[in-house]
Write a protein that binds this ligand. Structure first.
Ligand SMILES: [Zn+2]
Length: 418
C-alpha cells in the first residue's frame, strides 16, 4: 500500500481519537451563569475603574490585531512566494548548502525575520502596559527577557528543526509516520520539562516562609487529596504588578507556586481561594488532558502537512520541489500560522470550560463563595482585566471565563449550596 494511503488512514484514526478523547475529557456542559447575575456582579465595580480597564484594552486591541495580521502576512509572504526558500538558501550558503545547515540555520532565520518585523508592535505594547502600571519592567529588563526567550526558542527550535529534517532526509516516503510520533512525543516531553528547565530561566522560586499561610495551603492540598511537595514564591514583581498562582509538576514533584505580588496585593483568604482553583486543575488532571490533546493534535498536523505536500500548486508558489525539504520552511510557517489562527478559538473555548470546572472545585473545597468572589474582584482589578469584555472577543480569544461570569458562578453555587 502506498504511503499516502497509510497516511490518510492514520489521519482518520488520530482524528477519531482526538475527537473521542475531547468528548470525554472536556467538561462541555458548563454554560456561564445567567446574564442577569453577571450584570449584578458588574454593578459591584466602580464606574471609573471599569472605564480605566476598558481604556487600557482599547489601547492594546489595535496592537493585538495588527500583530496577528502582520504575523499572518509575513508568514504568507515567506511561504507562498519564493522569499522563504531564498532566505533558507542564503543561511545554508556558508556551509556549502548542506541540508542540515539549511534546516537549522534557515529555519531559525525564517522565524527570526518574522520576530524582528513584529518587534515594533511588542515595543509599543510595553510602553502601554508600563503607562498603565501593569508592567514594572525597565527597558533593560524587558530586553533581557526578550533575549532569553530568543535563546530558549533558538535552542528548542534548532533541535526540532534538526530532528524533523533528519527524518525527512533519511525517510523521504515515511517521514510523516516518524514525524507524527516524534511531534507527539515532544509535546509530552515538553510538558514535563518546561516547568523545571525553562521557568527558572525567567523567575526565581523560593520556598514560602514558614507561617500560618504556608501551613494552610499545605493543609488545603492534603484535604483535597492532592499531595504537593512544596509551596514556592515566584519573584513576579520584578516584571509585573499582576497577581497569579499555579500548580506545576506532576506526582511527587508537584508544587504550588504563588506570585510574590499575590502576597502583597491579596488577603491570605484570597490566596487560599486561588490555590484551591489551582488544586482543581491538578485533581482533574487538566495538564495531562492538555498534553494528550496537544500530542494528538500535533501528530495530526504533521500528517496534514505531508498530505498538503502533494498539492503541486502550493509547492510552485513557494518555489520548492517538496514540502519535506528545508527550503520549504517558509511554507511550513505559513501553513502552521493559518492553522493556529483557525484552531485558536476552539482552544479558547475548551480552556474556558476547564477553568470553569476548576472554579467549581475551588468553591467546593473552600465552601467560601464570598472570598472566592472577592478574589475574582481583586484579580480583575489588579490585573486591569475588563470585567465584562465584548462577547465576540471573549468567544474568540479568552482562556478564562470573564470576571463577572466567575463572580456570578460563585453566587449560583452559594444559592445551590444553601
Ligand atoms: Zn485555572
Amino acid at each position: 500500500m502506498a504511503p499516502r494511503l497509510w497516511a490518510g488512514g492514520a489521519l482518520i484514526v488520530l482524528l477519531v481519537a482526538l475527537i473521542g478523547f475531547a468528548a470525554v475529557a472536556v467538561p462541555w456542559h458548563r454554560a456561564p451563569a445567567p446574564r442577569a447575575d453577571q450584570l449584578a456582579a458588574l454593578g459591584q465595580f466602580p464606574a471609573d475603574q471599569v472605564a480605566r480597564s476598558r481604556a487600557f484594552h482599547a489601547e492594546l486591541r489595535p496592537l493585538s490585531y495588527a500583530g496577528m495580521l502582520l504575523g499572518l502576512l509575513i508568514a504568507l509572504a515567506l511561504g507562498l512566494t519564493p522569499l522563504g526558500a531564498r532566505l533558507v538558501e542564503l543561511a545554508g550558503r556558508p556551509f556549502g548548502d548542506h541540508w542540515l545547515a539549511r534546516a537549522v540555520l534557515g529555519g531559525l532565520a525564517v522565524v527570526f525575520v518574522a520576530e524582528l518585523l513584529t518587534l515594533p508592535l511588542a515595543i509599543w505594547r510595553h510602553t502601554v502596559v508600563v503607562r498603565y502600571g501593569i508592567s514594572t519592567q525597565t527597558w533593560g529588563g524587558w530586553a533581557v527577557d526578550l533575549l532569553k526567550s530568543f535563546g530558549v526558542g533558538a535552542v528548542l527550535g534548532g533541535v526540532v528543526l534538526a530532528a524533523f529534517f533528519t527524518v525527512t532526509h533519511f525517510a523521504p516516503r515515511w517521514w510523516w509516520a516518524f514525524g507524527a510520533a516524534g511531534a507527539a512525543g515532544l509535546v509530552v516531553l515538553l510538558s514535563f520539562v518546561l516547568p523545571v528547565v525553562v521557568e527558572p530561566i525567567f523567575n526565581r522560586f523560593t520556598p514560602m516562609a514558614d507561617g500560618p499561610l504556608r501551613s494552610e495551603l499545605l493543609a488545603l492540598a492534603e484535604r483535597d487529596g492532592v499531595p504537593v511537595k512544596d509551596v514556592l514564591v515566584a519573584d513576579a514583581s520584578r516584571r509585573t504588578r499582576a497577581v497569579n498562582a499555579y500548580v506545576s509538576g506532576l506526582g511527587p514533584t508537584r508544587r504550588i507556586v504563588v506570585y510574590d505580588t499575590m502576597l502583597t496585593e491579596a488577603t491570605p483568604g484570597e490566596v487560599v481561594s486561588v490555590t484551591a482553583h489551582e488544586l482543581g486543575h491538578a485533581k482533574d488532571n487538566d495538564v495531562l488532558t492538555g498534553t494528550v490533546m496537544g500530542a494528538l493534535g500535533s501528530a495530526v498536523a504533521v500528517i496534514v502537512l505531508y498530505l498538503l505536500g502533494s498539492w503541486t500548486g502550493l509547492l510552485r508558489l513557494a518555489g520548492v520541489e517538496s514540502i519535506a525539504e528545508p527550503r520549504a520552511i517558509g511554507l511550513l510557517l505559513a501553513v502552521t500560522t493559518v492553522a493556529g489562527l483557525i484552531a485558536g478559538p476552539a482552544q479558547s473555548f475548551v480552556s474556558r470550560r476547564v477553568e470553569a470546572r476548576a472554579d467549581s472545585h475551588a468553591l467546593e473545597l473552600t465552601g467560601d463563595p464570598a472570598t472566592f468572589e472577592a478574589m475574582q474582584r481583586r484579580l480583575g482589578t489588579v490585573n486591569l482585566a475588563d470585567p465584562d469584555p465584548p462577547s465576540w472577543e471573549h468567544a474568540m480569544f479568552a482562556s478564562h471565563p470573564s470576571t463577572v461570569q466567575r463572580m456570578a458562578a460563585a453566587r449560583a453555587w452559594a444559592q445551590g449550596a444553601r
